[in-house]
Ligand binder design. Sequence first.
Ligand code: PLP
Length: 228
Amino acid sequence: MQTIADRLTNARQEIEHAIANAHRPAHCVQLLAVSKTKPVSDITAAYEAGQRQFGENYIQEGVSKIEQLKTLTDIEWHMIGPIQSNKTKLVAEHFDWVQSVDRLKIAKRLNEQRPADMPPLNVCIQLNLEQEATKSGILPAELPDIVEAISGMPNLRLRGLMAIPAANVSESQQRDTLSQLHALYAQLQATTEGIDTLSVGMSNDMALAIAHGSTMVRIGTAIFGSRS
Ligand SMILES: *Cc1c(COP(=O)(O)O)cnc(C)c1O
């Protein structure tokens, strides 16, 4: 049976393989291990195999794990799930990154609630590229205004963009969406300081995302097994 350490090694090899195929520099894509619903012991196993960046989707669950693992001070905790505005304080007080900033109100509250003795909270703006009404995220046309607003918030540090492109579409549609995302990212990088993160790509579209400039892939099942 494969251990978490084995699966992490495989995932890292797949990432480096996709990077090489895309003619990009080695190690230019980070691996976020998505540990939602998985026990703390799984996170510890991944940590012992060298993994340091973990993603959680559910606030209460994430905060509980962060508290249980607080002696592992070099873990970087990323919030990647939807955030209700009455839960922002817990997020601001515990996480290192929030990738799922999907409206201005959330950014404002995170900025106000980030404790003064903690470093600025790293944030990505989550984009809704397919403009699906049911999907959370900022529409591309709304991006300049929210970028400007976040840039003026002292307790947030804007790092880039995050997206969850639809998986049930043709490869050419996936490519179109990823190209559009990369163009928005390049534009943001050209106009805003400190932008270094394009978080896109999961188990099923990882290689394609890396070919389109992803700098961080978010992998759960392939590392920790299915969530049942
Ligand atoms: C669950 C989740 C992932 C990981 O998905 P897997 O299919 O388990 O690899 C990545 N990103 C987000 C936003 C998620 O919610």
